[in-house]
Write a protein that binds this ligand. Structure first.
Ligand code: ADP
Ligand code: MG
Length: 312
């Protein structure tokens, strides 16, 4: 007999999570209750992953559990919020116990790493659809926004660009001689939570690279009503991404590919001089609107469109 809804929740999602002192009531009642410390604001975000839209059918369920939580924690990281707790809504086509065991182990292992409590959720039958809502704490008035970049700021990013995009190309059949790092980034990204916290009081604006650098930086430019110029030679591209560009001629891939979950942020030159965070300076914010690319001394305009659902 398949597990009932409640037995399933009990078995896979109840026992394994730690409990922070903010969690007054976790899984089991109609709502969870969390205490918000004085002087803090609650940062709230939701991301859904749908089979065949956000992930391939047959994706390793442990990786899926990890990535579902990681993409939500990445949104908290980009605001400089400390992850507190999450809810998890699952639509499952059937109760597959080994799938659920793997999925919950990937999810809860990452939750444990960031001391995040799973405090509730919903479980229904339906096409495989996974939704997390994540809650985080940020000192009142200090959250890192998209709308506050200033002309003259330097643009930085953490990590490497286009790794997950290359991972996707590999999944789609591109033959890479050294595919491991790209596939790992695509399958199991890590959110830049610690960096987000360090950027409080340093960065003027911040975003996580989920839909591609040009699209995501484009959000900062639009909301801050300014422009920018990126420096091609400064982009942190791995040898494998450079080899991909060489082989295919597709040099825009790292600029437009999503799923890296690195942070892109802007810092004034004064503060940039004292920056100790491991990151790469990739461009500059300018008062002239639009996004430009300096490619070996030639300045060319860049489209600021990232991935969007419903657009062809
Ligand atoms: P209700 O009918 O009041 O919405 P449910 O029967 O859906 O409550 O859920 C019972 C409890 O289990 C609630 O506390 C809910 O938050 C929690 N829950 C349901 N599904 C999940 C899940 N996938 N992960 C974690 N908690 C869950
Ligand atoms: Mg319910």
């Amino acid at each position: 007999m398949p597990l009932s809804e409640f037995a399933l929740i009990q078995r896979f999602f109840c026992n394994q999570n730690t409990k922070s002192k903010s969690t007054r009531i976790g899984i089991g009642d109609d709502c969870a209750l969390i205490a918000i410390p004085d002087g803090y604001e609650l940062a709230i975000t939701t991301d859904t992953m749908v089979e065949n839209v956000h992930f391939f059918a047959g994706t390793d369920p442990k990786d899926l559990g990890h990535k579902l939580l990681a993409v939500n924690l990445s949104d908290l990281a980009s605001m400089g919020a400390k992850p507190l707790s999450v809810t998890l809504a699952l639509a499952l086509p059937s109760v597959d116990e080994s799938w659920l065991a793997e999925f919950s182990s990937g999810f809860l292992a990452l939750a444990k790493r960031y001391s995040v409590d799973l405090i509730g959720g919903d479980t229904t039958s339906g096409p495989l659809t996974l939704t997390v809502q994540a809650l985080g704490l940020v000192p009142r008035g200090q959250a890192l926004l998209r709308s506050t970049a200033k002309a003259g700021d330097f643009i930085f990013m953490t990590g490497k660009l286009g790794q997950a995009g290359l991972g996707l190309k590999i999944r789609q059949g591109y033959n890479c001689s050294n595919p491991e790092a790209a596939l790992t980034r695509f399958n199991t990204p890590y959110p830049q939570v610690e960096t987000g916290l360090e950027l409080l009081e340093i960065a003027n604006a911040c975003i996580d690279i989920s839909d591609g650098l040009t699209g995501d930086l484009g959000h900062i430019l639009e909301q801050s009503q300014i422009g920018a110029c990126l420096d091609w030679d400064a982009l942190p591209l791995s040898e494998e991404v450079l080899a991909y560009i060489q082989a295919t001629g597709d040099w825009t891939m790292p600029l437009v590919a999503g799923d890296d979950y690195e942070l892109c942020f802007t810092v004034s030159p004064e503060k940039a001089a004292k920056l100790t965070i491991d990151c790469q300076k990739i461009g500059i914010i300018q008062s002239e609107s639009g996004l430009r690319l300096n490619k070996s001394g030639r300045i060319q305009p860049l489209q600021v469109k990232g991935f969007e659902h419903f657009s062809i």
